[in-house]
Design a binder for this molecule. Sequence first.
Ligand code: FMN
Length: 327
Amino acid sequence: MFHNPVSIETRVTRLLQIRYPIIQAGMIWASGWKLATAVSKAGGLGLIGAGSMSPALLTEHILKARIVWQGPLGVNIPLMRRDADELVKASLDNGIRIVFTSAGNPGKFTPLLHDHGCIVAHVVPSLKLALKAAERGVDLIVGEGFEAGGHNGYEEIPTFPLIPRLVDHIELPILAAGGIRDGRGMVAAMALGAEGVQVGTRFACTFESSVSENYRKSVLESGEPSTVLTLKELSPTRMLAGSFSKRSIEMTKTGASKEAVEHFLGHGRAKAGTFLGDTEEGYMEAGEIAGDIRSIVSAEEVISTMISEFISVINRLTLLGNSAINI
Ligand SMILES: Cc1cc2nc3c(=O)[nH]c(=O)nc-3n(C[C@H](O)[C@H](O)[C@H](O)COP(=O)(O)O)c2cc1C
């Protein structure tokens, strides 16, 4: 067990009733009930990634989670899913009251979710989409920079310019996502005005995540750059650099049509790579910070280390501030 004697209070922690403003991102093929409950138990907020689940499987994960953890727990629902309404229903029917939506129009389900007493967060890659989400009534905005793992915005805006831009124009609490794996990243995000962080790849590389062993190994061995942003013709996706990404980049270079890329992609590539560990036929979604992840640890250790680093960085900066004042 790791013990950090503090809590870090922001509007995000008050709203979600959590101890630390650290959200474990919803991740297809990586964040099931085991990871989500481990994070929530450690004081963050765990999200079950519904994007790779049928409504029945999502129900199973929520029920399993509830056996071991009755506190704050959320679900991520990518709205591009054709059965997003059924995933919403499965979440509501099984008592979920925190929903992070992404990849679609949050206006569709936010009123229904609010009617059921939910807190709704929506993930955006740009100010334009953040303003729309705020207009549609969501409670929190997750600003996701393009260094993040998985599907990215077409705008390719990195986390550093994105977060202050959102903070300057939007009253709602902002969470920063993309490129954050430790306490330094958390301090930086909060210095930019974020009131919490959403962390993906670092949590994918824990004992509790459901990624394949080969995913963990591929991250540990990844170099620089560790990832590439590819499939831009369809839906820009950041994945570990490897055989699959090379082939897809080659298609772009040779001017392949959108249809040809669609045909090449086919179905089940994310599952094949991330969940089954096939680096030839599948891809592994991961953020650029993959290249700095050099150990597999528990979710609790990720949070505990982040918090102690957060405190020591703040202390160092405070000293620096004091010495600046004394000059
Ligand atoms: C393996 C993997 C799967 C992901 N799946 C989803 C998903 O289903 N829905 C979603 O909104 N974002 C998804 N993402 C993005 C994360 O939610 C998160 O915003 C991102 O990982 C943050 O950047 P980081 O990886 O640098 O921490 C995924 C990311 C990874 C690494």
